[in-house]
Design a protein. Structure first.
Length: 369
C-alpha cells in the first residue's frame, strides 16, 4: 500500500472518531501535538530537534478554539477529496479551495461575514496541524508546494517514466521535486555532498564543474532550505552513506541554516527524523576564518542589530550551546560584531574558494559539527 493510501486511512480514521463522538453525544474534540518552541525538545543522543509530548485539545464548543477546529475539519475534507479523486493539489490550491465567506446574523440581527481563513499562512498552519495529528507528512498525502532545491553531479535518477542524468544538465541543474521519495536513485559516483547556502555560489561551482573535479554532488536550497531539499540531503546520507558538508556565509543566519540541515527546525520539529541529517558538518566560513584568512577590511560587513539578536538566540539553543566550538564562534561574533559573505574570498581570486578554501577545510578536517 502506498504512503498516500496509508495517509488516506489515517485521515478517514479521524472522521470515524469524530462520528463516534457525535453518535455518543460527546463534545467534538481533537487532540493535536503542540507545534511551538515550548514543545520542541533537543535530543542529544540522536542530535535532532523533536516534538515533545504536550498536546492541546481543540473543541468545537470552545469559543476560543471553534474557528480553528472548523478550519481543521474543512482542510481534512479537502485533502481526503483530493486523494480519493487522484488529484495532487498545491498548498495554494487548498487555500483557494477552502476559502469562502460565511454570512450570518448576530444576536442583534446585524449581518456579519467570516472568512474561512484570512491568508495562506493560516491554511498552511492547519495543514501542519493535520500532519502532526495523523503522523503523515503533506508529501505523503500528495500535496505539492513550490520547490527551491537543485542538485547536480554524477547521480542518475528515475522520476516517473524518465531517467535523469544529473551530470548532463549543461550549465543548469536538476530541480528537486516536492516529494523526493518519489525518486529512485539508480546510481551515483560521489564521495560526499556539498550543500551550498547561496544559489549564485552553487551556479559558479557548477559552471566550473567542481562536482566533477572533486567527485561530489552539489545541492542548494537557495537560502533557508525547503523540506524537499532537506529530504534529498537526508536520503543521500542515510541511504548512500555520503558525508554531508554545508557551506554558508559567516553570519548567524548562515549558521542557523546549517543547523536546520543538521538538527531540524523549530517550527517543523515533528519532521526531524525524516528531514534532518545529524552527521552534517559545517564547512562554511567561520568567524575565526575572517581573521585567519586575513579577509580585507573592505570586504568585512558590520553586523546589524538583527544579526546580534540572532547570535544571542543561537547561543541559547542547546544544539549550539553543547558545542564548545560553536560557543567560541558565536561569542567571537558578538565581540567583533563583524560578518563576511562567501564571495569575500574572491578578493584572493575567483578560484580561491574551489582550489584552496574548500580543499583545506575538507581534507584538513577543519569543519565544525
Amino acid at each position: 500500500m502506498s504512503s498516500r493510501e496509508n495517509s488516506l486511512r489515517a485521515l478517514e480514521q479521524i472522521g470515524k472518531i469524530l462520528s463516534e463522538q457525535v453518535l455518543h453525544s460527546k463534545p467534538l474534540t481533537l487532540e493535536i501535538p503542540v507545534r511551538t518552541l515550548a514543545n520542541v525538545v533537543w535530543d542529544p543522543r540522536s542530535k535532532l530537534l523533536k516534538l515533545g509530548s504536550r498536546k492541546l485539545r481543540r473543541e468545537f464548543l470552545d469559543m476560543g478554539e471553534a474557528r480553528r477546529f472548523t478550519q481543521t475539519i474543512l482542510m481534512l475534507s479537502l485533502i481526503v477529496r483530493a486523494i480519493r479523486e487522484g488529484d495532487y493539489p498545491t498548498i495554494r490550491d487548498l487555500y483557494y479551495a477552502g476559502k469562502h465567506t460565511i454570512e450570518y446574523r448576530d444576536e442583534y440581527n446585524r449581518l456579519r461575514r467570516e472568512e474561512t481563513w484570512d491568508d495562506q499562512k493560516e491554511s498552511d498552519s492547519v495543514i501542519q496541524d493535520i500532519e502532526v495529528l495523523t503522523g503523515f507528512l503533506r508529501e505523503h498525502m500528495g500535496i505539492l508546494h513550490d520547490t527551491k532545491g537543485k542538485i547536480v553531479g554524477r547521480i542518475r535518477i528515475r522520476s516517473g517514466a524518465d531517467v535523469i542524468d544529473c551530470s548532463r544538465m549543461g550549465d543548469g541543474a536538476y530541480s528537486i521535486p516536492p516529494n523526493p521519495d518519489s525518486l529512485e536513485i539508480l546510481g551515483l559516483e560521489a564521495d560526499y555532498v556539498l550543500v551550498i547556502e547561496k544559489d549564485a555560489i552553487f551556479n559558479r561551482l557548477n559552471k566550473e564543474r567542481f562536482w566533477e573535479k572533486s567527485k561530489c554532488l552539489l545541492i542548494t536550497g537557495k537560502g533557508q532550505p525547503d523540506r524537499s531539499t532537506r529530504r534529498m540531503v537526508r536520503r543521500l546520507w542515510e541511504e548512500h552513506n555520503l558525508p554531508v558538508y554545508v557551506l554558508t556565509d559567516a553570519d548567524p543566519y548562515g549558521f542557523y541554516i546549517y543547523s536546520v540541515y543538521r538538527s531540524g527546525s523549530i517550527t517543523l520539529g515533528f519532521e526531524s527524523d525524516r528531514l534532518a541529517t545529524p552527521e552534517a558538518r559545517f564547512l562554511g566560513l567561520t568567524v575565526t576564518d575572517i581573521y585567519e584568512y586575513k579577509i580585507p577590511r573592505n570586504f568585512i560587513i558590520k553586523a546589524k542589530d538583527r544579526d546580534i539578536k540572532r547570535a544571542k538566540e543561537l547561543l541559547n539553543y542547546p544544539w549550539f550551546k553543547q558545542s564548545k566550538e560553536w560557543v567560541k564562534q558565536l561569542e567571537l561574533f558578538l565581540e567583533k560584531q563583524e560578518k563576511v559573505e562567501i564571495e569575500a574570498l574572491s578578493g584572493y581570486g575567483f578560484k580561491f574558494l574551489t582550489e584552496r578554501y574548500i580543499p583545506e577545510k575538507l581534507y584538513g578536517s577543519k569543519w565544525i559539527e
